[in-house]
Design a protein around this ligand. Structure first.
Ligand SMILES: [Zn+2]
Length: 149
């Protein structure tokens, strides 16, 4: 998967509920060493219909100002049991794997310059809420790292 901006972005289906205003937050790396080719790290949207109330989910579609920019990998938001990342395949083969507890973690990494940061969901998601509340829909990894520090 290549997380660079394609020449001709395609418009996909909007991944969030039709009943609510769309909220997305995207993270890209724009470090000086590759400022001419930003790396699209991750894109998130709020699922308002989640069973426990609204929650952030990661998307394979990178959003910028409600426009679809590119298809990306959505491996930034991870669920762990113990210290192990549980993949979708693993969850499929072991549906009850979360029964004894799990935790969510966000891991952002630029595949060009290697800048990376990982934080638990309890730290990241309130920041996402604040950013979204302030109307921010895209942030650079370095700016996000400064906020999460
Ligand atoms: Zn970078």
């Amino acid at each position: 998967m290549n997380n660079r901006i394609p020449a001709e972005p395609k418009k996909p289906r909007v991944p969030y509920s039709n009943d609510h205003e769309s909220i997305t937050l995207s993270v890209q790396c724009t470090e000086e060493s590759h400022a001419d080719r930003p790396w699209l790290i991750a894109s998130f949207y709020v699922d308002f219909d989640a069973p426990g109330g609204p929650m952030w989910l990661s998307s394979t579609n990178y959003w910028r100002n409600d426009e679809h920019v590119a298809k990306i990998q959505d491996d930034a938001r991870r669920t762990l049991v113990g210290d192990e990342v549980v993949t979708a395949e693993r969850h499929k083969s072991e549906p009850d794997i979360y029964d004894n507890g799990s935790r969510r973690r966000y891991s952002f990494q630029c595949k060009i310059c290697g800048l990376s940061i990982a934080r638990k969901a309890a730290v990241v998601e309130p920041v996402f809420n604040r950013l979204a509340g302030a109307g921010v829909s895209e942030i650079s990894l370095s700016a996000l790292a400064a906020i999460l520090r």
